[in-house]
Ligand binder design. Sequence first.
Ligand code: HDD
Length: 654
Amino acid sequence: MSDDQNSLRAGERGPTLLEDFAMREKIFHFDHERIPERVVHARGYGAHGYLECVDPVTDLTRAAPFARKGKRTEAFVRFSTVAGNLGSPDLARDVRGFAVKLYTEEGNWDLVGNNIPVFFIQDAMKFPDLVHAVKEEQDRGWPQAQSAHDTFWDFISLMPESTHMTLWQMSDRTIPRSFRFMEGFGVHTFRFVNADGESTFVKFHWKPRQGMQSVVWNEAVKINGADPDFHRRDLYAAIEAGDFPQWDLGVQVFDEAFAEEFEFDVLDATKLIPEEQVPVRVIARLTLDRVASNVFAETEQVAFMTQNVVPGIDFSDDPLLQGRNFSYLDTQLKRLGSTNFTQIPINAPRCPVAHFQRDGHMQMSRQEGRANYEPNSLGGDERGPRADVDNGYTSVPREEAGQVRRVRSETFADHYSQARQFWISQTDVEQQHIVAAYGFELGKCEDPAIRTRMLGNLRNVHEDLAQGVADELGMPLPEANPAAIEPRTDLPESAALSILRNGPDSFAGRKLGVLVTAGSDGALVKAIEDAFTGAGALVEYVAPAAGPLKLKGGRKLVPDHAVVGAPSVLFDAVAVVPSAEGAQELAGRKTARDFVDDAFAHQKFLAWSADAQPLLDAAGVTPDDGCPELTAGTVAGFLAQCAALRHWERPVQD
Ligand code: HDD
């Protein structure tokens, strides 16, 4: 076009002509840029990578990715929140989706999991109800991306089977520090099938090699304001910096005999199998090493489907999984608009595709030849797809019998025992956070009957939990609600269920925020920077303003942030090293006082130089053991201390 600035018009100030095909095309396309967002998990962020086999398990499965040690399979992963819309903040208290697409040479295998190993409901029939309850209330249109409201807890309190999941949901698992620091789970029991057609049950686990880490609630609330894109920015920045996040893929493998003797039904997605009972065996490692090049083309258009399996992987009869296998195909048509969504590059298998599915909207493949049916004799040597009894996908043959009924198995009836097991497996700090989270969420419910009903459920879990939440709410403890089955109190603690017992052993991959001013001690700043970057951590500088400043010793430093835009919630630990003059000035600024005060309140390690004293005083912070005074000689000690991530001994302030 000769001109992309002006539409075609009759006369300088006259009407635009219908003849302006260029403007019409441009605006027509723009008008249609949006597609429906996902009905759940709308807010997400994806990255490319690969899965590398570390322990071939060909005796258990013939699935291509596990054929030999060192074998790599291309992967695309999308992390997400569940309830919020596409534009909702990253740090909503919510379950995180952990969806992995593996492009194997036998087709795509999607492992569409969450960062929590159990689910709210046992039967897919209840999924629309669950999602309606958690989403914005239909008569008012809020709250966005939150479970802290009446309809959610109304539903949950009437669904005892959800209780176990709500303990996970009220734990810090739902406010992860970043996608890089969370576990993932396939949730359901699946099947591995080997080349001889023998099958075993399997549950999938993703274990972050970075260790686990979450933020605290007060921090999460503030991050949502300071940087609503905190999680996507974190993943993007880490990958772009070459700090590729990795997860071990582990499996819990068990047979029918174990399934028979296990305390709970392995088909019940509200239950897990403790790792102490069936250890997790690591068989592969996932590495994310490339960000999406176009978020719409890849992250938005990627279509995950639980029914995308490859030879070697099969389903169990878990009623939640069976329902999902219907739902995911169905939803892609709604969202992507055509049955040919599998041809979009991010969804297209990386192996030859042979089928006689033809035509439809947006057919991209020029399917040649005369015959498009099977069997045929007209296709020549290539007569099209044929059944292959040896290599083709074969469902595990199994006998099923019974009356056709709408029924819930009696073996699904225990709703509380594993919730209790989760509770007793948490550290004191984690228990306090769970109690506070229930208190917050139920406190947001306007109808006291909902709170009372929920307390009645929690009494079936543990008296300390129920009492703690009742105290938070300022309500008396009601009677326990009747339980379908008497909850067990003999399940042992499981250390694997705690975040804090599975933290990292270093500060690598974390971020230190250093508060500096003009005249800060350049040698000390350099010592901090060298020590932390040397240990694989990121260092960012926060200053009174965004412009360059000069440190004592002459170094010119361009800060990463002005303090007004970078509260300490954006960092894992902080160092406050202003000049004496700078400290005086910062002491007069609310944002700088908050920087220090919040870091302290969020139990972060907070190091300070002697010159920072006026700022600490103004912020009302009295240094404790988690607040070392910084000199060139104490930097290494501070770094070592930061490996623990938080100084949990510091009393909580709320
Ligand atoms: Fe689901 C999306 C995970 C139960 C129906 N689900 C979706 C995504 C994840 C999960 C990670 C986002 C995928 C992406 O990034 O595109 N869902 C789970 C887990 C469940 C679960 C771990 C229980 C163990 N889901 C579940 C049930 C149903 C659905 C029971 C329906 C019967 N889920 C959907 C869906 C979504 C979806 C409506 C929305 C967008 C999509 O599928 O592609 O079909």
